[in-house]
Design a protein around this ligand. Structure first.
Ligand code: PBG
Length: 340
């Protein structure tokens, strides 16, 4: 081995020659060698649309997030676009719940009308839609029931109808979040057959049965009336299964795969990233957001620093796309940081 000037005896560097702190001196140096560059380009903003008119009310369990009726959606969408966020993910709420969640696929449902309004108001903004039945079924499960159990294939048929109704309304991306088997392939086939070959699918590929969805279920009133979602959502203890789910969804035609939640599943994000080459999204869910917001409201955490650190962690783990309730705000923070 060639010994260089700073090498000590035995060809080893002299004590103190390697000083990682050199690269931490000053903001310019840290910027130069930073490994993960969080950008507004990778954020998607979830928005909640509700039936009715003139509604714009804060969601108690999701501070800073609101329920909006369709007439209030255009202005909000323009603000999101102006903040530099590339897209929104729409969640609807039912006016009338039913056993098979009929309203989920209604052409005049809140999600469908909002999608059309946003495409007209801010055409450059990507409209992604959550495709699920849980906010529309009277029992709160993500599919239809048969003998007290969620019937996979009957549910897939309803989920396909729902995805189609979103595509017809102008959605750029449909995002099935139900975790039924085979739904990605079925949605792809139906979209293609109806001439929606350009509509993309972002599959909630590894969606865990997580306690961190609590605030969201209040927001869309979708807590299951009996039992839980462990028969279709993933066991939090599993990670190989997540890689398998993502590979299956890609094989069925998913354009983007998602891991959800994000913060409590960073290892899953990293492993799916390593195993699959499709773009990977991670969803920093309601409970993860609300926990940080609640601590910040008590002065226990610095809100902005904690939020940006959390988002950076998700990007560092390997997510290309981050779905976050902080999206427009984080875009503003990142812009400020860049000009500092
Ligand atoms: C619907 C759905 C849920 C979330 C996104 N889509 C809730 C659930 O499965 O209970 C959670 C979003 C969040 O917590 O931020 N299936």
């Amino acid at each position: 081995m060639q010994s260089s000037g700073s090498n000590g005896p035995n060809g080893r560097l002299a004590a103190g020659a390697v000083r990682p702190r050199r690269l931490r001196r000053g903001a310019a140096m840290r910027r130069l060698v930073r490994e993960t560059r969080l950008s507004a380009d990778q954020l998607l903003y979830p928005m909640f649309v509700v039936p009715g008119e003139g509604v714009e009310t804060e969601i108690a369990s999701l501070p800073g997030q609101v329920h909006r009726s369709v007439d209030r959606v255009a202005a909000a969408a323009r603000e999101v676009a102006a903040a530099g966020v590339p897209g929104v993910l729409l969640f609807g709420r039912a006016a009338d719940k039913s056993p098979d969640g009929q309203e989920a696929s209604a052409p005049d449902g809140a999600t469908q009308r909002a999608a059309a309004v946003i495409k007209a108001a801010a055409p450059e903004l990507l409209v992604c839609t959550d495709v699920c039945l849980c906010a529309y079924t009277d029992h709160g499960h993500c599919g239809v029931l048969n003998g007290g159990e969620v019937d996979n294939d009957a549910s897939v048929a309803r989920i396909v109808d729902t995805a189609l109704s979103h595509a017809r309304a102008g959605a750029d991306v449909v995002a099935p979040s139900d975790m039924m088997d085979g739904r990605v392939g079925a949605i792809r086939a139906a979209l293609d057959a109806e001439g929606f070959g350009s509509t993309a699918i972002m599959a909630y590929a590894a969606k865990y049965a997580s306690a961190f969805y609590g605030p969201f279920r209040d927001a869309v009133d979708s807590a299951p009336a009996f039992g839980d979602r462990r028969g279709y959502q993933m066991d939090p203890a599993n990670v190989r299964e997540a890689v398998r789910e993502a590979a299956l969804d890609i094989a069925e035609g998913a354009d983007i795969v998602m891991v959800k939640p994000a913060l409590t599943y960073l290892d899953v994000v990293a492993q799916v990233r390593a195993a699959c080459d499709a773009p990977l999204a991670a969803y920093l869910v309601s409970g993860e957001y609300a926990a940080i917001e609640a601590a910040a409201a008590r002065g226990w955490l610095d809100r902005r620093a904690a939020a940006l650190e959390a988002l950076t962690a998700v990007a560092r783990a390997g997510a290309d796309v981050i779905i976050t309730y902080w999206a427009p705000q984080a875009a503003g923070w990142l812009r400020e940081d860049a000009s500092r």
